[in-house]
Design a protein around this ligand. Structure first.
Ligand code: PBG
Length: 331
């Protein structure tokens, strides 16, 4: 019997050597916290399929923002929940300068100028049918007509003070059109994070409950514009197009089931790469935590670290606050 000279366990024996050889680290700097906003004052609503996540009115959003700043989280992503009477076929409410998202951005930037604010550019909270764009008589989402509205929406967010505009709609060519408008209107430093490799995923279910679009969407899906989960090369093309059109950052979404794409985008293209650990991933983790099947804190940290290992520069996660709290307690 010959014993090994190379013993991988040697370096693992002590905490100091494990720390020394650690390749990836998660910090609060990596995190973006998605938040759902509703009208009213001192209003908070729970979301059944997302335990622990609430829809909050702007005053409560500001209170929570203080907590996020204290935890060192660099940016929030805002998602408005729009009441039925404000929804329409042409989604006019999406670019209302005094709409919920626009008011929330203004309030946040005024109270916390150092906190990054990112906004969602897509029409699903504002359409009566829950699709991300304007539809024709057959229900097909019209690309170029939709872009005209998205450009207005993006500009209204920039005017409100949004730092990062994040088109999540998957129309072809929208990054270029939005960039052109931002430049023309002198918002030269307003960044764009493109939801580039966004898959037609059933993992978005709880999010659609949270923003109240699932009922309107019914049994229809978004497969005519979001990507086929079977494809990988197509994601690289999507990312390249968005970069060419002026995206500053790109995103892969969902997260854990699509780690291979995070890896490919970061390593093949070497650009700022973000990943969204989406609502369905949050929901299934929470279900296991609540049943005592998985240990909450360890799993949160392990799942987020996996994104870093795959190559993500930043992570949108409903666990951002929990993770930042855990990191703070460890330091
Ligand atoms: C809207 C949008 C969605 C998400 C972010 N922006 C849902 C969708 O495309 O249906 C999903 C986020 C999540 O599931 O957490 N365009």
């Amino acid at each position: 019997m010959t014993f090994p000279y190379t013993r991988m366990r040697r370096m693992r024996k002590n905490d100091f050597s494990r720390r020394l050889m650690r390749e990836n680290r998660l910090t609060a700097d990596d995190l973006i916290y998605p938040m759902f906003i509703i009208e009213g004052e001192n209003v908070r609503e729970t979301v059944a399929s997302m335990p622990g996540i609430e829809r909050v009115s702007i005053d409560l959003l500001l209170k929570e923002a203080q907590e996020l700043v204290d935890l060192g989280i660099p940016m929030v992503a805002l998602f408005p929940v729009v009441s039925a009477e404000k929804k329409s076929l042409m989604a006019e409410e999406s670019y209302n300068p005094n709409g919920l998202a626009q008011r929330a951005v203004r309030a946040l930037k005024e109270a916390f100028p150092e906190l990054g604010v990112m906004t969602d550019v897509a029409l699903d909270p504002f359409t009566t049918h829950g699709q991300d764009g304007i539809i024709d008589d057959s229900g097909y989402v019209l690309n170029d007509t939709t872009i005209e509205v998205l450009v207005k929406q993006a500009l209204s967010h920039a005017k409100a003070g949004a730092d990062v505009i994040a088109p999540s709609d998957m129309m072809d060519g929208r990054i270029g059109e939005i960039r052109e408008e931002l430049e023309a209107e002198n918002f030269t430093n307003t960044m764009i994070m493109a939801y580039s490799a966004k898959y037609a995923s059933a993992y978005y279910g709880p999010f659609r409950d949270a923003v109240g679009s699932s009922g309107n969407l019914g049994k229809s899906n978004k497969s005519t514009y979001q990507m086929d989960p079977a494809n990988s090369d197509e994601a690289i093309r999507e990312v390249l197009l968005d970069l060419d059109e002026g995206a500053d950052m790109v995103m892969v979404k969902p997260g854990m089931p699509y780690l291979d794409l995070v890896r490919r985008v970061k390593h093949e293209l070497e650009v700022p790469t973000f990943v969204y650990q989406v609502s369905g991933e949050y929901a299934m983790h929470m279900a296991a935590f609540q049943n005592g099947w998985l240990d909450k804190d360890s799993i949160i940290m392990e799942s987020l670290l996996a994104f870093k290992r795959a190559g993500a520069d930043g992570i949108l996660s409903y666990f951002a606050k929990d993770a930042a709290r855990i990191l703070k307690a460890q330091s």
